[in-house]
Design a protein around this ligand. Structure first.
Ligand SMILES: Nc1ncnc2c1ncn2[C@@H]1O[C@H](COP(=O)(O)OP(=O)(O)OP(=O)(O)O)[C@@H](O)[C@H]1O
Ligand SMILES: [Mg+2]
Length: 373
């Protein structure tokens, strides 16, 4: 899919900006603090409906204004689509697809597919299991609409079940009620784990080969799903449920003591290894970056496999962190995928993309202009 045009109004430090994008490479150059990440964020917002940064929705609107607007014109296969987002301080955002207002903004997920890579993504390798679950949740939601619904439901089930665990001994009927919540937890939790297992297997399939290419076949990459109820790779649904029930039944006493649900997909993790050693603890900076790059490029391939076309790739200031061989590999890889790259220094990029079809822009104090050289 291709974003043809992006229009933003009162978004962060942009007053009003409009850009016609190229089908392949789009390079935005600018000094620190000029609006590069803000621009990237506006495209992400039109895709996922929320920011990848730690801000509230009010903070996305220009400090001096009350309303903000984003419009994306998108070419999907052979039809055009328009996504519009209206943000207003202290109000719920409104999303329109081809002029029709959505009841729930989550319905927009999957219309504009994106893969984003920012320096912050290092936390996928370095951060806590929660970061890896967050990353996998966003990814699967983009291609499997039911998954988001299951996650929301699962969260509510955990909350309700935790209330029962907290008050377990205060009401005798809780001994029966907990079984009802166990059924809910196991049924929904199992579906989530099956989605994750499928997705992580695909991620593994692509990223192992991509990493081999990145490292010139010198290093071996591994990625595995650490499912909290056990290795479910060769299990059918009923077998997974049985394992899940066993965990709950064996550990009920400690769950009551801890007053919380201790088993289920909310405790899952992904283990990433290079040459047999866990990347989080033993990987060098460059290896950790390459691991993320391999994962991000694998994400692109999965989206292509699922929906039949490439997503839009957003690379926010990540090139400067890669050595020239890896930069070269990346630029080669993304040919044929619409990409938005931001950078403070385009020197290496100019050399690497000498023969690429591209468009260059500058960003300065929230204003965008074309660079023609
Ligand atoms: N709601 C807002 N209203 C106005 N300005 C804002 C708002 N939110 C953020 N900004 C400003 O936008 C500016 C640009 O931020 P952005 O993160 O896009 O910079 P950048 O070009 O990516 O810089 P860097 O190269 O350092 O990453 C910042 O100086 C920030 O203060
Ligand atoms: Mg930035």
């Amino acid at each position: 899919m291709i974003v043809n045009r992006l229009k933003i109004k009162n978004y962060r430090n942009f007053k009003e900006a409009e850009v016609e994008l190229n089908d392949s490479l789009n390079i935005f150059v600018g000094d620190n603090g000029q609006g590069k990440t803000n621009l990237m964020e506006s495209v992400y917002l039109a895709s996922i409906g929320r920011t990848f940064r730690l801000n509230s929705e009010n903070e996305l609107i220009n400090f001096k204004e009350n309303k903000s607007f984003i419009e994306v014109n998108l070419k999907k296969k052979d039809y055009q689509m328009k996504i519009e987002l209206h943000l207003e301080k202290n109000k719920r955002k409104q999303v329109f697809i081809n002029g029709v207002k959505l009841d729930k903004t989550s319905e927009m997920i999957g219309i504009l597919n994106n893969v984003i890579f920012t320096p912050d993504d290092m936390k996928i390798v370095k951060g806590s299991p929660m970061e890896r679950r967050k990353f996998i949740n966003i990814d699967i939601s983009q291609i499997k609409p039911k998954y988001k619904y299951l996650l929301n439901k699962y969260k509510k089930i955990c909350t309700e079940r935790n209330i029962i665990l907290k008050n377990y001994y205060t009401r005798t009927e809780n001994k029966d009620i907990i079984n009802i919540w166990n059924d809910y937890l196991v049924n929904i939790g199992t579906e989530i784990m099956i989605y994750r297992n499928d997705y992580i297997n695909k991620l593994k399939k692509y990223s192992v080969d991509i990493y081999a290419d990145i490292s010139g076949n010198k290093e071996e990459f591994e990625l595995n799903y650490l499912c909290n109820v056990g290795n479910i790779d060769n299990m059918d649904k009923e077998c997974i449920k049985k394992h899940f029930y066993d965990k709950l039944n064996t550990n009920l006493i400690s769950e009551i003591q801890n007053k919380t649900t201790m088993y289920g997909p909310h405790k899952d993790d992904i283990i990433i290894k290079i040459d047999g050693k866990e990347c989080k603890y033993f990987g060098s900076q460059g290896q950790q970056r390459s691991a993320i790059l391999a994962i991000k490029l694998a994400e692109i391939e999965i989206i292509k496999e699922e929906i039949g076309e490439y997503p839009v790739l957003l690379l926010d200031d990540v090139l400067s962190e890669l050595d020239s061989k890896r930069k070269g590999f990346l630029i080669n890889y993304i040919e044929g995928i619409q990409t938005i790259i931001t950078t403070t220094d385009d020197h290496d990029l100019n050399i690497l993309t000498k023969n690429n079809n591209k468009k260059k822009f500058y960003i300065n104090e929230g204003k965008i202009g074309n660079i023609t050289n």
